[in-house]
Each structure stands twice: as C-alpha cells, then as structure tokens.
Design a protein around this ligand. Structure first.
Ligand code: NAP
Length: 305
C-alpha cells in the first residue's frame, strides 16, 4: 500500500492540469490513468483553440506535453484502470486490482466520451471527416456539405457552428420532432444554409479515405437512399465515465457527477473536474480550468484537515 496526498483518477486535460498544480505545490500525487491516457483529445487531430499554440497543436501532442509537465513536477503515473474505491473515510482508498493506494484527496477526472452511431464504416473514417465536436473541427469543413446527426441542443449547436464554415449543413434526425430547446431550433430553421431531414436514420457512412456520403433509411417507409457529403458530425449525446462512482456520489439524470459551482462533491476531499461533471462546455480548456480549480480546492482542503 502506498500513501499519497492526492490521487487523480483519469488523464485528460482536467487530470493533467490538476496534477501539475498539486505536484508543484509539493503534494505527493499519483495519476491512475486508465488504459488510454489522454482521453478524447487522442481522437482529435489539430487543436486550434487551446490558447498558447498559435499554429495549433495535435490533440495527442497536447496530451503528451501535459503529461510530461506533470511528471516534471513529480507526479507518479500508472496506466491502469481503478477497479474499486472507498471514499467514505478521511483516508480515501483506491484499488487497481490488488494494489491499494491511499490518499487525503481524490480528484475524479475520468471524462466522458461521445456516443457514436455504431455504423460499419464509422471507426475507419474517424478523424477522416467524422467528428463529434464542431467547435473543434468546423473550420476543416469550410466550403463543404456536412451532415449532422441528432435532434438535441448539441445537434442544433453543431449545425449552427458548422454553417459558419460549411456551404451547406443537413441535420438528420430519427424522429419527426427535435428535443432541442425552441430557441435553438428556431436558430437552425432560420439559417438558410441548414436543411433538415426528419424520420431518417444514417445507417452507414461512405468513402475510401475521407467521408464522401452517407446511406440513409427512412424510418417510416423503410426506403434507403444515399446523400453525398464531405463530413459527418455525430451529436447524439455523451456518456460520462462514472460507473465506478454511481453508488457513492450523486449523479445527475445523465450520469454526470454533481459538483457545481465549485469542483467539490458531496464527499469532503473528493473533487470532480472536467467532462465527468460538465455536460455543457466539454472543451479542453474548460476541463483544464476545472483541473486547476480542483487542485487549489484540494490544497485548501488538505491544509485544513
Ligand atoms: P440529448 O439532449 O440527449 O440529445 C441527443 C439526441 O440524439 C436526441 O435527439 C436523440 O434522439 C438523438 N440520438 C440518440 N441516440 C441516437 C442514435 N443512436 N441514433 C440517432 N439519433 C440518436 O444530447 P445533447 O444534444 O448532447 O445535449 C445534452 C445536454 O446538454 C442537454 O441537456 C442539452 O440541453 C445540453 N446542451 C445545451 C446546450 C446549450 O444550451 N447551448 C448546447 C448543447 C447541449 P431522440 O430525440 O429521438 O431521443
């Protein structure tokens, strides 16, 4: 068993930023990072909106830099999944298989992942015209026709953002009405660049090396058709990685940890930062900001126990 001041579970921008801050504050810190440290940014190509990189930076490179920065300050790192937790006492207990780690503070930054459609060619064309983040990638679709799938606020927002760059945006939704708020629907309906196709599912994505079109299925008649396009944005929700915490922390209706307006959870000494507790902004920079907040709040908590 090894004792730490801070255990950080999950290694994306929130976790790495928290680690930089806690290690730099001389708090003995370990990150338990799961098997894909870096999280969603590993699926992104160029990140152009993270301040400090005027030419942009590749998502995986940004994560490599953040990790190196945390390690420089003494953060320990293990690339395995946490299997069990006991956060109830003043000493927090975290297991990776049979290995027990103890700490004064746990920062949860396990992130969330975009839901995908599960199409035959979806994974193959990931990052080659398929995206789940218009704020990140819309610029790359300048002048193209792009399809957005979904009927919630995210789909409306993705379409509106994309319409600033793309020539044409087509929202495809499986039902006859959107669940998005009226104001966001109105924004879409008033945008001349945006078309809407209802009662339709995207059943495959086409293209050899880049998206060239989608196969559609009418959910009423069952008939299939093809639609040419140069990009596919999937906006059908995200799933936060909170399975481990569902019995010990309050989650909201969508499974996100409740930890606002600070990063404190209802358990003293347990903080949540980044997409695991944020269904709204979901940006690398907001996650990093929350990682910083969690670290400062953790430091303050440790000083006072
Ligand atoms: P959401 O509200 O859960 O909507 C997901 C949409 O995807 C639904 O229309 C759903 O269809 C569709 N969908 C789900 N699975 C599908 C599948 N397998 N195939 C095809 N379509 C599928 O998710 P969200 O839009 O990401 O929003 C999440 C939360 O963030 C919401 O509370 C939202 O209000 C909030 N948000 C707010 C803003 C804002 O205020 N600026 C922006 C973005 C998000 P059905 O309708 O048929 O179920």
């Amino acid at each position: 068993m090894t004792k730490y001041d801070v255990i950080i579970i999950g290694a994306g921008p929130a976790g790495y930023t928290a680690a930089v801050y806690t290690s730099r504050a001389n708090l003995k810190t370990i990150m338990l990072a799961g098997d894909t440290p870096g999280g969603q940014l590993l699926l992104t190509s160029e990140v152009e909106n993270f301040p400090g990189f005027r030419k942009g930076i590749m998502g995986p490179d940004l994560m490599t830099e953040m990790k190196a920065q945390a390690l420089n300050f003494g953060t320990e790192f293990r690339s395995d999944f946490v299997t069990k937790i006991d956060l109830s006492g003043i000493t927090k207990k975290v297991w990776v298989g049979k290995d027990l780690y103890e700490s004064k503070v746990v920062i949860i930054s396990t992130g969330a992942s975009a839901n995908w459609l599960g199409l035959k060619n979806e994974q193959r064309l990931m990052g080659k015209g398929i995206s789940a983040c218009a704020v990140c990638d819309a610029f790359f679709f300048t002048g193209k026709h792009v399809v957005v799938v979904g009927g919630g606020d995210s789909a409306m927002e993705e379409a509106t953002t994309l319409a600033k760059f793309a020539d044409k945006v087509t929202i495809i939704h499986r039902r006859d009405s959107f669940r998005a708020s009226k104001i966001m629907q109105d924004r879409v309906r008033n945008n001349k660049k945006i078309d809407i196709i209802l009662n339709t599912e995207v059943i495959d994505v086409l293209g050899d090396n880049f998206v060239e079109g989608v196969t559609l299925k009418d959910t009423v008649s069952g008939s299939e058709s093809k639609l040419a396009c140069g990009g596919l944005f999937v906006a059908i929700g995200h799933t936060p990685a909170t399975k481990l915490f569902k019995d010990v922390l309050t989650l909201d209706g969508k499974g996100y940890i409740k930890s606002k307006p600070t990063t404190e959870t209802e358990i003293p000494g347990v903080f949540a930062a980044g997409d695991v507790s944020d269904s709204r902004y979901r940006q690398a920079i907001t996650a990093a900001g929350e990682g910083c907040k969690a670290a400062l709040e953790a430091e303050h908590y440790i000083e006072n126990i």
